[in-house]
Design a protein around this ligand. Structure first.
Ligand code: 13P
Length: 348
């Protein structure tokens, strides 16, 4: 039994407490800069700090968000008044999380596929983040569907699942609840059925590897993608079809003892991300032994980022927009979201 077992269980339960989800604000500098570039925001540390301060000081964010996931740069930053972000999070009653992977890199011998790096030195980085106040972590693996190229390959699924499992074991040893994120990308022409097959194979391998590495399921959170047709697939699916296929795939592969499921949004529209999560909780709750909630990045932050666009005078309205999406997704996590709740946003 590990040193942190009780703390890990309590943290995991708090991360997926009723009506709460996780805010994935852990874009690497590179990804954050890409999002800034599109909007003409300067890609400097000063602007990244201002953006993260905007998010972390949203009034009442903790009503809907159990914890934000930070990035290495962000966990070391403070507000312009000098208060460390970690302290801002703790004082708001939220739990600080940290992305610990070093990114998805081209996989040798596997054209078009990625493998996530970051295991070397991870034990020491986990110890440092724990000492800084982090209590959970995230590692994202990327699986690409391309029927013509014949991906994903077994080699890619195995390598990513193995890395996820070794990461998760190290996290639990060091007191961080691992968010295990195998993302099957939404890009491509694949059908709902093809996405189901790949997600099924991926989750099966992930849980095999987690077992082999001795990971405790009641002290981890699974962050899966939904089972959904590719963005370019001519045959799109209804909200209920996505919800049912996703729950069926999870039920088949995810042990009932897993502490919680927190989906990524993966480039779905904000409304779809809310509607799909809602349908799972409203219609298929009796098939879910685990809490089912959100760990969204774009589907929570995008309207706020676009409105702010680097202008300090727009912070209060941008914060309202972020809070609105957090509130709607909180409703979806308990099955009480309705598309009628999508209020038109003020033009300011
Ligand atoms: P999206 O919700 O934008 O997919 O991001 C979630 C995430 O954390 C990806 O790693």
């Amino acid at each position: 039994m590990g040193e942190y077992i009780q703390e890990l269980r309590a943290t995991a339960a708090a991360m997926v407490a009723p009506g709460k989800g996780i805010l994935a604000m852990d874009e690497s500098d590179g990804t954050c800069n890409k999002r800034f570039d599109v909007l003409g925001i300067p890609t400097t540390e000063e602007y990244r700090q201002a953006y993260r301060q905007l998010i972390l000081t949203v009034p009442n964010l903790s009503a809907y968000v159990s914890g934000p996931i930070l990035y290495d740069e962000t966990i070391r930053q403070s507000t312009t008044d000098g208060k460390p972000f970690v302290q801002v999070i703790q004082e708001a009653g939220m739990i600080p999380g940290i992305k610990v992977d070093m990114g998805a890199k081209d996989m040798a011998g596997h054209p078009g596929e990625k493998v996530t790096e970051g295991l070397d030195g991870l034990r020491d980085r986990i110890a440092e983040y724990y000492a800084m106040g982090a209590r959970f972590a995230k590692w994202r693996a990327v699986i690409t569907i391309d029927a013509v190229a014949g991906t994903p390959s077994l080699g890619c699924i195995e390598a990513n699942a193995h890395a996820l499992a070794r990461y998760a074991a190290l996290c639990q040893e060091g007191g961080l609840v691992p968010i295990v994120e195998p993302e099957v990308l939404i890009d491509g022409e694949h059908t709902l059925e093809q996405c189901f097959e790949v997600t099924d194979e991926t989750l099966e391998e992930v849980f095999t590897q987690l077992r082999h590495q001795g990971v405790e399921f009641d002290q981890m959170i699974l962050k899966p993608s939904m089972v959904i047709p590719g963005k370019s697939c001519p045959q799109q699916a209804s909200v209920d079809e996505v919800a049912e296929a996703t729950i069926t795939c999870l039920q088949k592969n995810v042990p009932a003892t897993v502490a919680g499921i927190a989906f990524l949004s993966g480039g779905q529209s904000m409304q779809d991300a809310s509607a799909h999560l809602n349908a799972m909780n409203a219609k298929f709750r009796d098939r879910c032994p685990w809490p089912v909630t959100f760990s969204y990045a774009r589907a929570i932050q995008q309207p706020a980022l676009e409105h702010w666009s680097g202008d300090p005078s727009r912070v209060p309205e941008a914060q309202k927009r972020l809070l609105q999406r957090a509130e709607l997704n909180s409703a979806a996590s308990v099955g009480s979201y309705d598309s009628k709740m999508e209020r038109p946003l003020a033009v300011v």
